[in-house]
Design a protein around this ligand. Structure first.
Ligand code: KG4
Ligand code: ZN
Length: 328
């Protein structure tokens, strides 16, 4: 069984022989009214939901609690209070059931979501992991060997979507809302992006460029956002997606690796998915995208990652503590 509690989703999953049997995700709605995740509220919500989520996941899987051979949890990165709930639940479950614990790195797990189904990429492959807190190009050498070869120096791609959406008056998280609105618009506005060294990203420049653009246009027409919302969303989305893929393509060519994946919450984006697939087919590269429910935060990916650690006997003891800033 695997537990994910790093941010604002309480999730549990049952994995058998590397296959997902059940995966339940309970997304916290309470943060919507604040326009972002409130860490203190997130940990309190995890605390009240973790037991019912685990109970329902086990019931759905059809197995008995006593069939569970190991308990996996997210060690980090994430919000410390949220991680503490998952880690302590795992410790208690491990003691009560007398089974081993397996620690999982949340960012490695996003990459490992590719192994929840077949066909999956062959090692080595490159994965563009794009979430609310991270943007990384990861060279995946093996299940347990990954290197970050490029990453954002400030905001993550998901944050760029969410913060732009906030400027437009959209709810949190704005990423999926921008995605939906963009489908009715055209990318007619241009925003500048920062040029970085190597395969790194910077999203704070995009955010500033959007902010000044909106200020300028709102001076001329106070209704500018309402009148042009779909086109603004389509333009923001295209700027972010093109920027992500241009650098990913540069890294791919330089590394000479032609099995590619995308992962993380932003990989649920319609334009990113389609542009990624066409980039790969134009270059005759193999593209891999996890199933939608394995892109945003979920315990199935934690369980898949843990499965390979379990095969290597990589278990941890009761002294384990979460690490909010854990790196690959
Ligand atoms: O991986 P994830 O579920 O949580 C983190 O680990 O951060 O990613 C959440 C991020 C949010 O910023 C959300 O706006 C973004 O993923 N996101 C999207 C879409 N669905 C989720 N961004 C753009 N388009 C989407 N369809
Ligand atoms: Zn995540």
């Amino acid at each position: 069984m695997a537990i994910e509690s790093s941010c604002d989703d309480t999730s549990a999953a049952i994995i058998e022989n590397g296959m997902v049997i059940s995966n339940l995700i309970n997304s916290q709605e309470v943060h919507r009214q604040y326009g972002g995740v409130v860490p203190e509220l997130a940990s309190r919500e995890h605390l009240s939901r973790i037991v019912p989520v685990v109970d329902r996941t086990i019931a759905q899987s059809g197995i008995k609690k006593t069939d569970i051979e190991a308990i996996a949890f997210t060690k980090g990165p994430g919000l410390l209070g949220s991680l503490i709930v998952g880690v302590n639940f795992a410790k208690a479950f491990s003691l009560a059931m007398d089974i081993p614990m397996i620690e999982v790195n949340h960012m490695e797990a996003h990459v490992m979501a590719h192994f929840a189904e077949k066909p999956h990429p062959k090692f080595p492959f490159l994965c563009l992991t794009v979430s609310g807190g991270h943007t990384q190009i990861v060279k995946v050498i093996d299940y347990n060997e990954m290197q970050i070869i490029g990453e954002t120096k400030d905001d993550a791609a998901g944050e760029a979507f969410d913060k732009s959406g906030k400027m437009l008056g959209l709810d949190y998280p704005a990423g999926p809302i921008i995605d939906k609105l963009a489908q009715k618009g055209k990318p007619i506005y241009e925003f500048s992006v920062s040029k970085m060294d190597g395969y790194d990203y910077s999203f704070s420049g995009v955010k500033t460029s959007i902010m000044y653009f909106l200020k300028r246009e709102l001076k001329k027409n106070p209704q500018f956002i309402e009148d042009n919302l779909a086109d603004i969303c389509a333009s923001i989305q295209k700027t972010i997606v093109d920027y992500l893929l241009n650098i990913f393509q540069k890294a791919t060519k330089a590394e000479g690796i032609h099995h590619l994946g995308i992962a993380g919450g932003v990989s649920a984006n319609t334009l990113l998915r389609s542009s990624f697939m066409s980039m790969c087919s134009q270059n005759e590269w193999q593209s891999f995208i996890p199933k939608f429910e394995y892109c945003t935060d979920n315990a199935a990916m934690i369980g898949i990652s843990a499965h390979y650690k379990f095969l290597n006997n990589e278990t941890v003891g009761q002294e384990i503590v979460p690490d909010a800033r854990l790196r690959i």
